[in-house]
Design a protein around this ligand. Structure first.
Ligand code: GLY
Ligand code: MN
Ligand code: MN
Length: 440
């Protein structure tokens, strides 16, 4: 990602806040146990605007300031501490390397910040996970308000940065798309290998290990989320991550795994028979989910509203479940009252980008869905989960035993283009013929 692109992003934000000042806080560290921490991961908004990935930092954007529009507060160089926790960029290099107009040690935040806030008409800040910092923001603001009678200037309001920044993050640039494609390509290699590797007798965690080996070997930062390797009935648990069961003859294996490459994510799911052949029941359910997914993807195009592909998937799934007698009654009522939910309880997708469940609204106002536009990236991931423990809603039949334990989800990453869409993860097969030929 070039410095120029970060500059363009900051400018786009500053164009929108005019006389305001925006403050962004780096992500807090997350503790694994006692004094052991998880690998540090920068806050996505902070990273989007700077590419700076160290903790204990603050970004201040001041479009109305004559000299310092882009200000960074960072941890200063400290050889002793760096010996323990790794190199720091430091104050000087924060200017040279990241193009900040001014940079200060983080300890000077309280002293330096007022000069960037006092003349702002609005303070833009998202109250996030760092409670202490949230509190400091309120304190600074109170102080500025108290000084208003004498100084004649002070920010009159605090507004959330999400409403300005997240619509920008929703449309991906070509550089962002290149990184998403890379994350998808690595996950594609992992899925394709895992499908060959999985066979009766192996354990779910062995498959997980092969997948994550391929992620790491290709330079991914981490899995995008805990990998789901769910065989048999485990596939009916949406976020199953125990991955401890031994694969059995005639199992379906649901793998939901994606990786994070340079902060951008992929998120792909495939379901296939571990012994190479679907049972008749598995095949019926698989083909139904596949039809729902293909028809849903057709609805992903610029100008369509966000809900259209979900509604399409639901209708195909409900029609199919009614044909099988799993749902009964009036189709419109089943859809309206969501009587299918014991078997399909999640939405058909989400935005994808720096966050796996990426930022940005799905609705604009209570009754209006977001319209898809070129550069949006989203997942399309219908499924059916026929758990033996599923409780049909009142008036619906019990789930016949022949369907018990079948769980299927198929998930692709899709880019909205000017004239339709591009399925970025199309190189992971999903047709019945190919899924049955994996073991040949
Ligand atoms: N793997 C998380 C999701 O599909 O949303
Ligand atoms: Mn997924
Ligand atoms: Mn997903």
């Amino acid at each position: 990602m070039t410095n120029n692109e970060y500059q363009q992003r900051r400018q786009a934000l500053m164009d929108k806040i005019g006389q305001g000042t925006a403050i962004f806080r780096s992500a807090p560290t997350a503790v694994m146990h006692n004094d052991v921490e998880y690998p540090y991961r920068q806050d996505s908004d902070f990273y989007y605007l700077t590419g700076f990935d160290e903790e204990e930092a603050v970004l201040v954007l001041v479009p109305h300031h004559e000299e310092h529009q882009f200000v960074l507060f960072v941890q200063p160089k400290d050889v002793k501490k760096e010996t323990w926790t790794g190199y720091r960029v430091g104050v000087e290099a924060a200017k040279e390397k990241f193009g900040a107009d001014e940079a200060y040690p983080i300890e000077e935040l309280g002293k330096q910040l007022p000069q960037y806030l006092q003349k702002a008409d609005c303070l833009y800040y998202h109250f996030g996970r760092d409670e202490d910092f949230n509190h400091r923001i309120l304190k600074w603001w109170q102080r500025l308000i108290a000084q208003y009678p004498k100084k004649g200037v002070a920010p009159r309001a605090i507004a959330d940065t999400n409403f300005i920044l997240h619509p920008l993050r929703q449309v991906k640039s070509s550089q962002e798309l290149a990184l998403i494609r890379k994350a998808v390509d690595i996950a594609t290699e992992a899925h394709n290998y895992a499908q060959k590797f999985a066979q009766p007798g192996r354990y779910e965690y062995e498959v997980q290990a092969e997948i994550e080996y391929i992620f790491t070997k290709n330079g991914a930062m981490s899995p995008a989320y805990p990998s789901i390797v769910a065989s048999g009935e485990n596939a009916c648990i949406l976020h199953y991550i125990e991955n401890k069961r031994q694969l059995q003859e005639n199992d379906l294996l649901l793998i939901d795994a994606g990786c994070c490459y340079e902060y951008y994510n992929s998120d792909i799911t495939r379901t296939f028979p571990v012994s190479g052949k679907f049972t008749p029941e598995q095949k019926i359910i698989y083909e139904l989910v596949l039809e729902a997914q293909i028809k849903a993807i057709e609805q992903v195009k610029a100008g369509n509203t966000y809900n259209q592909f979900h509604d399409t998937a639901v209708r195909v799934l409900v029609e199919g479940l009614m044909d099988l007698g799993i749902l009964q009654g009036d189709i419109e009522e089943i859809i309206k009252e969501e009587k299918y939910k014991p078997y399909y309880m999640h939405k058909t997708g989400h935005w994808l980008g720096l966050d796996v469940h990426d930022v940005g609204g799905y609705k604009m106002g209570e009754d209006h869905w977001q319209t898809l536009q070129p550069g949006n990236v989203l997942t399309v991931e219908p499924g059916l989960y026929l758990s033996p423990h599923a409780k049909p809603v009142e008036g619906q039949p019990e789930l016949p035993e022949r369907w018990h334990g079948i769980g299927v989800r198929i998930e692709d990453d899709v880019l909205v283009t000017a004239d339709g869409n591009e399925v970025l993860s199309a190189a992971v097969p999903k047709s019945v013929e190919v899924m049955e030929s994996l073991k040949e």
